[in-house]
Structures are given as structure tokens and as C-alpha cells.
Write a protein that binds this ligand. Structure first.
Ligand SMILES: Cc1cc2nc3c(=O)[nH]c(=O)nc-3n(C[C@H](O)[C@H](O)[C@H](O)COP(=O)(O)OP(=O)(O)OC[C@H]3O[C@@H](n4cnc5c(N)ncnc54)[C@H](O)[C@@H]3O)c2cc1C
Ligand code: SF4
Ligand code: SF4
Length: 436
């Protein structure tokens, strides 16, 4: 695979488009499903792999033009930050945190949304407000599958009740964009609430398809520490001796902040773990490879990015419902102000970069580490995403030379040993996750 050195803020990129297999096997795929949607009916199938990842499998060998199109939109191969004009015009810009019009700690105005939502219910409240104010016809987000409640699937919500049903964090795989082109075909204004990499993918598509900017009026993201494999959730079931087909409910969190990981069976039994019990052992987080090199897990290309805000450095048993809210664009600011005025959101107080960095110190560490990690992968001869306008090198400068060398050498070593890649995508069972 040839690699081209590009300008100062960009990383080396593959000279030729990568095949779907190369994207997956080099650990660049996050399973968003957008390639399936743009390739057209029947060309790509999303499967659940033995490791518990949703991955695309091509049903035929694609020509170069199709591969170029997939590489242009895939958030594993192309990751662009906010346009430079937005950076220069924003009320506030920070090397690590990107552009911000306003930084606030807040929560949903409605008590039920506050309780049911993952942190303070801000994203659900914003989705409901977008619908009730007539700004959009529907919201594309993610919710638990009705038939398989441990699985997550893309949801179109047309009313407040459906938004509330999708509240909460779905840490396992979720192919949010699996039929995104069909959603554009509806020709109706909508909003996206999703992971930062999902927003990256649709911003990529916007460069090729003008309907994205015409119909997708808002893109809201949560600040994201990484998506885990389904196997992580399966380990939880094993702990209680449960089988997936016994489940009537699998909730990762919410119903409190953070709330409990709760399972209910069809025959009426219930099982719970605290957030700390669920995530206590970092070796068992089972975070997907793409997340370890994520240049924008903080939603720089969203209109508003929403985070947890545990003021004591981590969740106590139960915290007050609260979110960090990073309003990034003028459009996001108009939405935020209107939602506050309508009572959909409540402001606790203004915050700033220093406090957000303290609350999200793992995100600061990752932003500073990614440039060296990508360099290490490239030196190991692995393809890396084409990254622009995300100030990765400037973030790395905030690390010492020794830290950068350690990150780079560590990534190089892991890449050489295949630990940043993954096996070819095959289904774990004959059933496809989402048939074409
Ligand atoms: C995989 C993952 C990793 C996260 N890591 C961090 C972190 O490092 N730091 C941090 O501050 N917060 C993190 N969060 C976000 C946090 O858990 C809250 O979701 C966020 O603060 C928003 O809270 P809320 O109360 O506004 O959310 P809610 O009002 O409950 O709304 C959440 C919205 O996100 C959508 N959603 C949930 N899961 C997914 C998914 N997998 N893909 C696409 N959309 C989804 C839901 O449909 C819903 O609309 C993570 C969430 C997830 C799912
Ligand atoms: S990240 Fe999305 S677009 Fe890229 S290969 Fe995976 S599923 Fe396809
Ligand atoms: S860490 Fe990055 S790649 Fe992983 S799920 Fe979050 S936004 Fe996507």
C-alpha cells in the first residue's frame, strides 16, 4: 500500500482507495453502515462478526469508482474537522476542544426526560424540541431493538414518546447510517443525533450529495469514549447465566445519572449492575479498534456536542442529572437559545475549557495522543485515515517528546503485531444484521 505525505495538518493517506476488506482488517471500520447505503441495494451486507462488531461485507468486487466513493465518505478513511472559517469566527476556539459558541452545564427541563436520559437528558430534550418546534419532521438516532433488546438499531422518531424511548447510551454496536440514502430520499427536514464518527460520515457524504445539507438541518453528537463490542454485553449476560433470547430489556444506563445497567427477562426476572461494576476493568471494555485512533471523539463537526458532567471526577452512586453542552455552530446556538427559552433545557451555569478538560481528561489525553498513534501505524506500513482540520499535530505538541515517542512506538508495535487490526468480516451466524 503506497502512502503519500500530505500537508502539515494532514496524515499520510493511502494512494489507492482501500477495499472494504482492507478498511475492516486494518481496524478502520466502526460499522456505521453508510457504505452499505451508498453502494445501493444488495451490494453490501452488514453482518455481526464473531467478535460482536457490525461490519460490511461486499457481495461483489467493486470497481475503482465505487471504492473511491466509499473511501470518500467512510469515517474510517476520511475524517475532516470543522471548516477553517468556523474556527476563525467562533466565539471561542481551543486546540484540543475545537470551536465553541458557548459552553454550559445543563439538563433537560422536563423531569421525566432528565431521569430517563443518559446524563441530564439534553440530547433527548433537544430532539423533542426540534420536533415540537417544527424545525424538523423526524430525528434519526439509535434505540434498543424491540425484538432483540441487547442490540441497537437506527430509529426514526417522529414524536416525543419515540425520542424518549431512544434515550440512554447504547454502548454496543449501532449501524446508525445503514439506510441513510433512503432517509435522504424522503425529501423531508430531519436531525441526526449520534456518535461523532456518524456525524463525520454524513459530513463526508455532504461533499458528494447536496441533499445532506438540504435536508439534514441539525447534527448533534455526544462526546464519545468508544463503542464496545457486543461481546462486552454478552459477558454481562454470562455473569448472570442469562441467554440473549431470554431478554425483554437491556439498558446500559439512564433512569438516573448514570443509572444502572439493567436486564429484565421475558419471565419477569431483573438483574442490575452499577456503572462502576460494568466498566471497572478497563481490559474488558472491548472498545473497537477505530476508537483508539479517533481524531474527533468530541463532536467538533456537530452543531452541539453533549457530554457527561460528573463534577467529582467520576460517577458517584447517583449524581444529579447533568450534561456538559458544547454549542459549536451558529445554528446550534440558535437551537440552544430557543430550547432554553421554551423550557426544554435548563442551564445550571456557564462553564469553560478548563472545567470541560478536567471533566473529560481522557478525551484530552486521546486528542494529544492520536497524531503520534497514526504516525506509528503509518511507519508500520498500515493505512491510516486522511485527517484534515483537526489540529492533531498541534494537540501532539502539548505532549512531551517522550510521550509522543511512547505513543508512536506503542502504536507501531501494536500495528506490526496486528493488534490494531481485526479479522476479515464474517457473520457469526447465518442471519444478517440488516438484509438489503
Ligand atoms: C458508545 C458511547 C460512548 C460514550 N462515551 C462518553 C465519554 O467518553 N464521555 C462522555 O462525556 N460521554 C460519553 N458518552 C455519552 C454519554 O453517555 C451521554 O450519552 C451523553 O452525555 C448525552 O447524555 P444525554 O443525557 O443528553 O443523552 P440522552 O438524552 O439519553 O440521549 C442520548 C442520545 O444518543 C443516542 N445514542 C445512544 N447511543 C448511541 C449510539 N451508540 N450511536 C448513535 N446514537 C446513540 C440515543 O438515540 C439518544 O438520542 C458515550 C455514549 C456512548 C453511547
Ligand atoms: S466505517 Fe462505515 S462506511 Fe466505513 S467501512 Fe465501516 S460501515 Fe462502511
Ligand atoms: S470513539 Fe470515535 S470512532 Fe469510536 S465510536 Fe466514538 S466517535 Fe466513533
Amino acid at each position: 500500500m503506497g502512502l503519500i505525505e500530505t500537508s502539515q495538518d494532514t496524515m499520510p493517506r493511502a494512494a489507492d482507495p482501500l477495499s472494504l476488506g482492507e478498511i475492516v482488517e486494518n481496524g478502520l471500520c466502526i460499522g456505521c453502515g453508510l457504505c452499505r447505503s451508498i453502494a445501493g441495494a444488495g451490494e453490501i451486507e452488514m453482518v455481526m462478526t464473531p467478535a460482536g462488531r457490525e461490519r460490511p461485507v461486499a457481495r461483489q468486487v467493486f470497481d475503482e469508482e465505487t471504492l473511491m466513493r466509499i473511501n470518500a465518505v467512510c469515517p474510517g478513511t476520511r475524517i475532516a474537522g470543522p471548516p477553517p472559517a468556523q474556527m476563525s469566527e467562533a466565539a471561542l476556539t481551543d486546540t484540543v476542544w475545537g470551536p465553541a459558541e458557548r459552553l454550559v452545564l445543563g439538563r433537560a427541563g422536563d423531569a421525566t426526560v432528565r431521569f430517563v436520559g443518559s446524563g441530564g437528558g439534553v440530547l433527548t430534550a433537544l430532539g423533542q424540541f426540534l420536533l415540537s418546534s417544527g424545525r424538523v419532521k423526524f430525528v434519526l438516532h439509535v434505540a434498543a431493538s424491540h425484538s432483540e433488546p441487547m442490540r441497537s438499531e437506527r430509529r426514526l422518531s417522529f414524536d416525543a414518546a419515540s425520542m424518549l424511548e431512544g434515550a440512554g447510551s447504547r454502548y454496543g454496536p449501532a449501524a446508525t447510517l445503514v439506510d441513510f440514502c433512503d432517509i435522504l430520499d424522503r425529501g423531508e427536514p430531519f436531525a441526526l443525533i449520534a456518535k461523532p464518527c456518524d456525524v463525520t460520515a454524513v459530513r463526508n457524504l455532504a461533499r458528494l450529495d447536496p441533499r445532506v445539507d438540504r435536508y439534514m438541518r441539525y447534527a448533534l453528537a455526544f462526546v464519545c469514549g468508544g463503542a464496545s463490542d457486543l461481546s462486552k454485553s454478552e459477558q454481562v449476560l454470562q455473569r448472570f447465566g442469562l441467554a440473549e433470547d431470554e431478554l425483554a430489556l437491556f439498558r446500559y444506563r439512564g433512569h438516573g445519572n448514570p443509572g444502572l445497567n439493567r436486564m429484565e427477562t421475558r419471565d419477569g426476572r431483573a438483574f442490575e449492575l452499577t456503572y462502576r461494576q460494568l466498566w471497572e476493568d478497563e481490559d474488558k471494555w472491548m472498545i473497537q479498534p477505530r476508537c483508539k485512533i479517533c481524531p474527533d471523539a468530541i463532536g467538533q463537526v456537530a452543531d452541539i456536542a453533549v457530554s457527561d458532567a460528573w463534577l467529582n471526577g467520576g460517577p458517584a452512586a447517583e449524581d444529579e442529572p447533568l450534561n456538559g453542552i458544547i454549542v459549536r455552530t451558529g445554528r446550534g446556538l440558535e437551537l440552544f437559545d430557543s430550547a432554553v427559552e421554551a423550557g426544554a433545557l435548563e442551564i445550571k451555569r456557564e462553564t469553560g475549557i478548563a472545567e470541560i478538560s478536567e471533566l473529560q481528561s481522557h478525551q484530552v489525553r486521546k486528542r494529544r495522543a492520536v497524531w503520534a498513534r497514526l504516525k506509528g501505524m503509518a511507519i508500520a506500513g498500515k493505512p491510516v485515515p486522511f485527517v484534515t482540520d483537526l489540529a492533531l499535530e498541534d494537540c501532539a505538541v502539548q505532549n512531551s517528546l517522550a510521550e509522543n515517542l511512547a505513543e508512536g512506538r506503542g502504536a507501531q508495535d501494536r500495528a506490526r503485531r496486528g493488534r490494531l487490526g481485526e479479522p476479515p468480516a464474517v457473520p457469526r451466524e447465518s442471519k444478517a444484521v440488516q438484509s438489503c
